[in-house]
Design a protein around this ligand. Structure first.
Ligand SMILES: Cc1cc2nc3c(=O)[nH]c(=O)nc-3n(C[C@H](O)[C@H](O)[C@H](O)COP(=O)(O)OP(=O)(O)OC[C@H]3O[C@@H](n4cnc5c(N)ncnc54)[C@H](O)[C@@H]3O)c2cc1C
Length: 345
């Protein structure tokens, strides 16, 4: 086990963490970026990104984050494997316990740990994610002009995705495992009134067909009149199975913000776990959380837009706020010395 001390730790190496790292490294803050279990973040799950500024011909998701990492390293950012498992954020310095067994002390922390889209466990989803299977209609809808596409989910976000996709696709089929939707009435009405959106009740996606070369070509759906057909199939009940042609699949079954390590800290979050950032004393947005020295950037503080470009924007805000915080922090060396004295026998 090792112990070490930093001015700034950035949790997450998705677009938000990388953007924060570029800004912080250029400001000589020597940031340490903890990459988590998914170096590069969600964009590594997609092939083409067409809506990130500066790439008129589009850019591969992996390529974009790799370039971001190189840019941050060029200015001196350090990267390290490891996920924060626990955090003690009461007073200076902040203390982070990592999945590697290491403990890190830092004067400031940018949380850019993202929100992972939930997957449904259909056959072939690992292989086809980013190749016709997506969790983001705003991002990938435009690749499906003229296709028949499937949306999995029954909440407001599924209705929003279906309505958005109907602008491009020939038809949108929404499958839901029950007969009633969780979505608000207004969203349901809008979707139901749309000529190109169709619903299949008591139905679930069992398998996705296709390949990384062809993309998604079809799906196998299971149905049972009493709902929850996959559970029923697993317990041996007869279900109806149908394989249909489909050009794309979109999961809209929610996201899980990666903030479990903040349980028990003063960082305020909403009921789902998304971090609240504070406004400054003039009422303008900032990246400060409710805990001094802790900042948030990217999807983790943004259940609404969840885009690469907005994540990069808030990443830069977090680095600028952290820089200002560190400049104003008194007795830095003293607080680190106290921490070392307390922990080294
Ligand atoms: C299939 C798909 C396609 C997409 N296409 C587009 C697109 O075309 N255009 C667009 O603008 N957006 C797109 N998006 C959305 C975009 O990817 C996200 O908005 C963006 O990646 C969010 O960046 P982030 O840095 O906030 O989080 P993420 O990219 O989710 O990164 C989170 C990082 O945090 C790390 N982490 C997690 N937990 C911990 C922990 N406890 N300790 C340390 N590190 C941790 C992870 O390892 C990861 O590195 C797409 C998303 C998906 C899933």
């Amino acid at each position: 086990m090792t112990e070490d001390s930093h001015d700034l730790v950035i949790a997450g190496s998705g677009v938000a963490g990388l953007s924060a790292a570029v800004y912080a490294a250029r400001a000589d803050l020597d940031p340490l970026v903890l990459e988590g279990d998914e170096p590069g973040g969600q964009l590594t799950l997609t092939t083409d990104v067409e809506n990130y500024l500066g790439f008129p011909d589009g850019v591969g998701g992996m390529d974009l984050v790799q370039r971001g990492k190189e840019q941050a390293e060029q200015f001196g950012a350090q990267f390290r494997y490891g996920r924060i498992e626990d955090a003690d954020l009461d007073g200076q310095p902040l203390e982070l316990s990592l999945s590697t067994g290491d403990t890190i002390f830092t004067r400031s922390l940018i949380v850019a740990t993202g929100a992972s889209a939930r997957w449904v466990g259909a056959e072939n989803e690992d292989e086809l994610m980013g190749y016709g299977l997506s969790t983001c209609a705003t991002c990938d809808g435009a690749f499906h002009r003229g296709d028949d596409v499937l949306v999995v989910g029954g909440g407001d976000s599924a209705m929003e995705e279906a309505l958005f996709l109907a602008k491009f696709a020939d038809s949108v089929t929404v499958v839901h495992r029950r007969e009633e939707l969780r979505a608000s009435e207004i969203m349901v009405d809008r979707a139901r009134e749309h000529d190109d959106i169709h619903f299949r009740w008591n139905t679930e996606l069992e398998a996705i067909h296709g390949s990384q070369t062809e993309g998604v070509t079809g799906v196998t759906l299971v149905a049972h009149p009493e709902g929850y057909p996959r559970e029923k199939a697993e317990s041996g009940t007869n279900v109806e199975r149908e394989t249909v042609e489909m050009g794309g699949v979109f999961y809209a079954v929610g996201h899980t913000p990666n903030t479990q390590f903040l349980d028990g800290t003063g960082v305020e979050r909403d009921d789902s776990g998304y971090i609240f950032t504070r406004t400054d004393n003039t009422g303008r947005p900032s990246a400060h959380t409710a805990v001094d020295g802790v900042f948030a950037a990217g999807d983790i503080a943004d259940p609404r837009y969840r885009q690469a470009i907005t994540s990069a924007g808030t990443g830069s805000m977090a680095a600028l706020d952290a820089e200002e915080f560190l400049e104003a922090l008194p007795d830095a060396d003293e607080s680190m010395a106290t921490a070392s004295a307390e922990t080294v026998p």
